[in-house]
Design a protein around this ligand. Structure first.
Ligand code: SAH
Ligand code: SF4
Length: 356
């Protein structure tokens, strides 16, 4: 199905068939500047609004919206054409508003600690389905007087397994929603061909690599795709990326108690950071509880010790404040309707990597 945010301006003009150009402009503004519904476009004749509501179908049907206690994190659950469900998270900060979007319904990468991975893969999302998440979250942000400034591809799915559509959506976030490429971050589990493709793309978006382990033995276990793209190949792809982009990469590290938070893990991680021509920045996130993974997140004390250890070894690291855990909106918790009932709750999705 071609939904309203799949359409380019040219396609929209042909839907509006023969309408004057200023009408196309008005509809475009409604979709991209105001993120509103056809019924709200009161600058158009009533009959035209009614027709447009039919001619511009939505891709997402709202199922639920959950708001964190202090109101700064909102999680949306949507149903897609075909019945699959995906989630989007809006995070309001003092200085910016970030939308965390899903790129697939489910994920085929099978990382055991991730709720999306536990659920398996359903299908790829199209450009319109990705963009509508941003549009609807923007609309919600406007209701509280805020403007979405950042988009992170850190929701459900592996963006680099759906690279073409993801890139299509990035170009339109930049061109049509007016977001700066530097405020867009793509997070990958380490799909080497995807990193190489991304490096050759024209817009300078941020790249985050979900590392979680700094030796192949442990990474094979935590992130199974490592067997296909082992650490040496991944670091080579990151260095080739830096050759083309010269833009710092971040390594994401979900801290798992007794698994990847030992002193020697810090030493191996610091060494990997240094292997990049421009040393990587590490984002530490305590593992969020998910139903299918028994091991717990590291204590906050250990997370800070680990950060200090990395710093003493010459690596830059930031502890990310988790957000939205109590509404299951945090990293890795997005499982489309499966309630998280096991494990400890923490206060608070990690900040986006722009928060430095
Ligand atoms: N598939 C991509 C992007 C979506 S996951 C990727 O893996 O990078 C977004 C981030 O959440 C990744 O860094 C991922 O490793 C992390 N994550 C997954 N499960 C988590 C959990 N239970 N606790 C904390 N972070 C988690
Ligand atoms: Fe997929 Fe990322 Fe979850 Fe791994 S962590 S299963 S790649 S969404």
């Amino acid at each position: 199905m071609t939904s309203r945010y799949d359409m380019t301006r040219g396609e929209l003009a042909s839907v509006l068939d023969g309408a004057p150009r200023y009408r196309v402009d008005q509809v475009w503004q409604g979709l991209y500047d105001h993120c509103t519904e056809p019924s709200e476009w009161t600058n158009l004749p009533m009959a035209m609004r009614t027709d447009l509501a039919e001619q511009l179908p939505t891709a997402l049907t709202p199922v639920t919206e959950s708001v964190s206690r202090n109101g700064d994190t909102v999680k949306f659950l949507w149903e897609l054409d075909g019945g699959q469900r995906i989630e989007t998270v809006l995070m309001l900060y003092r200085d910016r508003a970030t939308v965390c979007v899903s790129s697939q319904a489910g994920c085929a990468m099978g990382c055991g600690f991730c709720a999306t991975g536990q659920a398996g893969f359903a299908r790829h999302l199209g450009v319109g389905e990705i963009l509508e998440q941003v549009a609807r979250a923007s609309r919600r942000a406007k209701e509280v007087g805020r403007r979405v400034s950042n988009v992170v591809y850190m929701g459900m799915g592996e963006p680099m397994a759906n690279e073409e559509r993801v890139w299509g959506s990035v170009e339109r976030l930049h061109g049509d929603f007016g977001l700066s490429a530097r405020h867009i971050t793509i997070s990958t589990v380490g799909i080497v061909p995807g990193i190489r493709t991304l490096a050759a793309r024209p817009l300078p978006v941020n790249l985050a690599v979900s590392l979680h382990a700094a030796n192949d033995e442990l990474r094979d276990e935590l992130v199974p795709i490592n067997r296909r793209y082992p650490i040496d190949d991944l670091m080579a792809a990151c260095n080739d990326y830096l050759d083309l982009r010269n833009r710092r990469i971040s390594f994401e590290w979900a801290m798992i108690d007794g698994v990847n938070d030992r002193d020697r893990d810090a030493a191996q991680l610091a060494a990997l950071c240094r292997r990049l021509r421009l040393p990587a920045h590490v984002n530490l996130i305590p593992l969020n509880p998910t139903p299918g993974y028994p091991t717990r997140g590291s204590s906050l004390t250990r997370v800070h010790e680990f950060r200090d250890l990395l710093e003493s070894l010459g690596a830059n690291a930031t502890v990310r404040q988790n957000r939205g855990t109590e509404i299951d909106a945090a990293c890795g918790q997005l499982a489309a309707g499966q309630p998280v009932t096991l494990g400890r709750r923490r206060t608070g999705a990690p900040d986006d990597p722009d928060d430095r």
